[in-house]
Design a binder for this molecule. Structure first.
Ligand code: MRU
Length: 355
């Protein structure tokens, strides 16, 4: 199974039903779960069955379609009210990845633009909008790949953190898109995947999907990145992001900040790869980005086995913020943006711009 294999996708809408690949079971089992309600879709997002900023945006958009499926008999006013409530309900599933908010607000805007129409027709248009979001993400990932591919030179070692691959998007991924395209072009390079404690997205997901694609991937524990860099194995870092503020500060999976600091120490370029849907113009800097704090059990247990004493205090922030001055460039579908990001982001993404 690879990025080019359309049969398994993180999020799939088929014959009027929403299907999610349960990523908590990977790489042991490939289980695709039909979602029958908005409650189930929200829970799947919360539990990380579907995860990665663009993928949860797409799942949220289809989730709203599910939520309103049995509400089309309502009068117009009540249907619109229900649409707003269900969008808020789904948006609350995860706070950091802005793509969820972005997708749901886009859906609501589309619905509101049809005020006066029959709820049945609004619902049909909401499904069409969700499909547009899904298809657009595929194009965005491909363009990110084209923009980032020239950074990958023969013989390079590339470090990535968490999973910003096809499992986290509609296809190709963000951080991995340049890798997939360079690999397709026959460029010979190696990837080092941080395992990404506590939920091991690097080990379970990134290592798995790159192996499927035939890319040379080596798994390391998070605390081995410094040694890999010191030994000269790493020439380039590319990660994804969950939300990029107007000044270029980037929130991504916990541990990314440490990687960026190490990269600066070892003079290794550090890039963040994102589609425009990950930019939050309302967040002036990283301080405005809400950071999800998850259950302590993710830290105190290894799978189902408890590894820490019962009484210990735990912190479990799921994301951290890399300040813009540690970021060499932001790879987007519109090319690689450089510092000062306040200016380059504003120039390439004036308010309301879409791709
Ligand atoms: O908690 P997760 O697994 O949803 O975190 C995912 C990440 O941090 C990814 O790097 C980010 O969403 C970018 S995905 C293209």
């Amino acid at each position: 199974m690879s990025a080019a294999d359309a049969s398994v996708k993180a999020v799939r809408w088929q014959d009027g039903e929403l299907y999610l690949l349960d990523q908590t079971l990977l790489p042991d089992k490939i289980v695709v779960e039909r979602q029958t309600s908005a409650t189930q879709a929200r829970e799947s997002i919360r539990q990380l069955k579907v995860r990665g900023a663009p993928a949860i945006g797409i799942a949220g958009a289809y989730g709203l379609v599910l939520a309103l499926r049995d509400k089309v008999h309502l009068d117009q006013e009540h249907f619109i009210k229900e649409m707003r409530q269900q969008a808020d309900y789904l948006e609350a599933a995860r706070p950091t990845g802005v793509n969820l908010r972005w997708a749901l607000r886009r859906m609501v805007q589309r619905g509101l633009a049809l005020t006066g129409a029959d709820p049945q027709d609004i619902h049909a248009e909401l499904l069409a909008e969700a499909m547009r979001i899904d298809a657009e993400d595929r194009r965005l990932c491909r363009s990110i790949g084209e923009a980032g591919k020239p950074l990958i030179k023969p013989g390079m070692g590339i470090l990535t953190h968490c999973n910003a691959g096809w499992l986290a998007t509609s296809e190709w991924g963000t951080a991995t898109a340049p890798m997939y395209l360079a690999h397709r072009d026959g460029v010979d390079f190696r990837v080092y995947a941080d395992e990404t404690r506590p939920l091991l997205q690097g080990a379970r997901l990134t290592a798995w999907e790159l192996l499927q694609a035939g890319i040379d991937v080596t798994l390391i524990c998070d605390n081995m990145a410094a040694t890999m860099m010191a030994q000269g194995n790493i020439d380039l870092v590319i990660t994804g992001a969950d939300r990029v503020a107007a000044n270029g500060d980037a929130a991504n999976k916990i541990g990314t900040l440490g990687v960026a600091i190490l990269a600066r120490h070892f003079h290794i370029p550090f890039y963040v790869a994102i589609p425009y849907s990950t930019i939050d113009p309302d967040a002036a800097s990283g301080e405005d980005i809400p950071i999800e704090e998850r259950a302590p059990q993710e830290v105190t247990c290894w799978g189902n086995h408890r590894t820490a004493p019962e009484a210990v205090k735990v912190r479990n922030p799921a994301f951290d913020v890399t300040p813009n001055d540690l970021i060499t460039g932001i790879i987007t579908e519109r090319g690689i943006l450089r510092s000062p990001y306040n200016e380059s982001l504003r120039l390439h993404y004036p308010a309301g711009a879409t791709s």
